[in-house]
Write a protein that binds this ligand. Structure first.
Ligand code: HAM
Length: 428
């Protein structure tokens, strides 16, 4: 007989609930605010898209598309996937809604869940959240790259993220005189040391030699350090673009280091790539990844368009803030109404409504409690004040407010109560 087993969240997924969600909301509010000051507006694409969209944008050979997508046949038999990322969706939306008709560039941000069937570990989930932004339009001015990076860094500063390090690189463009030439050279060098490489890297010599540079395998590190560097093989235009991005970052006071091994795992990138790491995350320490993807919109059937963007791993951002002691305290209550008697209850319900209307958080117990029990609950909920309402208080029109921190009590009329709470709130 089947036993009644308890349900659990599916591996790699988890519930987020208070007090942690207080921090999630604070972080998201800060993103909206900071991105708003840079002229970004919000887009909310669906979480399901045609599988082909990701195959074409992110690359059929990439780990994300090749191994990690949740794909199913929809009612009309079409192959559909849960989105593993949202850059492809934003480009699809840009084309679908003719956004090239809008003043350019179009600046959009998104906040929401992404899905990848990866091996779960600290900071790595199968449903995770990204806060991302994309700039799409007619120009690839290096000032845009620099401003986008400046925006993420301002946001991290605003939320108090510590140990933030920005790495940048340029991977050139897909042409024989630029990245293709470099990749051919890299492949040649990798062939020479093939026997010393791990299985993944050996496979990648054929499929995507650039990804070998991403390897974290200990014994490959010395070999990789000796490989040719892309900076020495950029075409003059890409080299100029990269130099200008660096200059633009400097004039904005954004600190960075160059990381020639930063190639990223999605196929659509060209020229600028960047990654940001933070403290307290162990091996999954990238809190943000991004880069330029000129031509992606065209690949997806749209007009020639330049693009750049990033996505922050919100789960990791929250984790890093928590590890640094910047988590959230349990949300308390401003006022707990300790009422006694049917007559008092009607007044308590009305008082709760007025106080909530004025923006105070109020706990109104649904059933009458003994006075001692009521104060005990008020305390457990982290209430600042207990409003004591018995039949006497109600008939006299003089209410008792107890400050729970020091036990002080005062008698107030209803208007006095509201004024007192408002002035305390204003005083912080
Ligand atoms: P990505 O590097 O694949 O880029 O992901 C960006 C960030 O999402 C990572 O740095 C990490 O913080 C977070 N992340 C990725 N996978 C997981 C996971 N399994 N669990 C927790 N966090 C994760 C992109 O997705 C690109 N669309 C970014 C972009 C936007 N490039 C241009 N525009």
């Amino acid at each position: 007989m089947a036993s009644k087993s308890k349900f659990q969240a599916i591996r790699g997924t988890r519930d987020l609930f208070p007090p942690e969600t207080v921090l999630w909301n604070r972080v998201e509010a800060a993103a909206r605010e900071v991105f708003g000051t840079f002229g970004f507006g919000e887009i909310r694409p669906p979480v399901i898209e045609p599988t082909e969209l990701f195959a074409r944008a992110v690359g059929a050979e990439s780990d994300i598309v090749g191994k990690e997508m949740y794909t199913f046949r929809d009612a009309d038999e079409s192959l559909t996937s849960l989105r593993p990322e949202a850059t492809a969706s934003v480009c699809r939306a840009y084309i679908e809604h003719g956004m090239q008709q809008l003043p350019q560039p179009v600046k959009l941000y998104y906040i929401g869940p992404m899905f990848r069937r990866e091996r779960p570990q600290k900071g790595r989930y199968r449903q995770f959240y990204q806060i991302g932004a994309e700039v799409l339009g007619g120009t690839d001015a290096p000032a845009i790259d620099a401003e986008v990076i400046e925006m993420v860094m301002s946001f991290f500063e605003r939320v108090g993220l510590t140990g933030v390090e920005l790495g940048i690189n340029s991977i050139g463009h897909n042409a024989p005189e630029c990245r293709q030439g470099y990749v051919a050279k890299l492949r040649g060098e990798l062939e020479k040391v093939k026997d010393k490489l791990g299985e993944d890297s050996r496979r990648r010599i054929e499929t995507n030699p650039l990804r070998v540079l991403d390897s974290k395998l200990e014994h490959e590190q010395a070999l990789i350090a000796g490989l040719p560097k892309i900076a020495d093989h950029l075409c003059p235009d890409c080299a100029k673009h990269y130099a200008e991005v660096k200059r633009q970052l400097q004039l904005r006071g954004v600190l960075y280091h160059e990381n020639w091994r930063l190639v990223r795992g999605l196929d659509y990138y060209m020229r600028t790539t960047f990654e940001i790491t933070a403290q307290g995350l162990g091996s999954q320490n990238a809190v943000c990844g991004g880069g330029r993807y000129d031509g992606l919109v065209e690949i997806l059937g749209g007009p020639p368009t330049k693009g750049i963007g990033f996505a922050i791993g919100e789960d990791r951002l929250i984790l890093s803030l928590q590890e640094a002691g910047k988590g959230s305290a349990a949300a308390g209550r401003d006022v707990y109404i300790a009422w006694m008697g049917e007559h008092a209850y009607a007044t308590a319900a009305r008082a709760a409504k007025d106080l909530r209307h004025a923006g105070f958080s109020v706990e109104l117990p649904p059933a009458e409690l003994k006075f001692g029990k009521s104060l005990e609950r008020a305390d457990k909920l982290g209430s600042r004040y207990a409003l004591i309402l018995g039949d006497n208080e109600v008939s006299e029109g003089s209410w008792t407010l107890k400050t729970l921190a020091d036990g002080k009590q005062q008698k107030l009329t209803e208007p006095e109560l509201l004024n007192f709470l408002k002035s305390e709130r204003a005083a912080g």
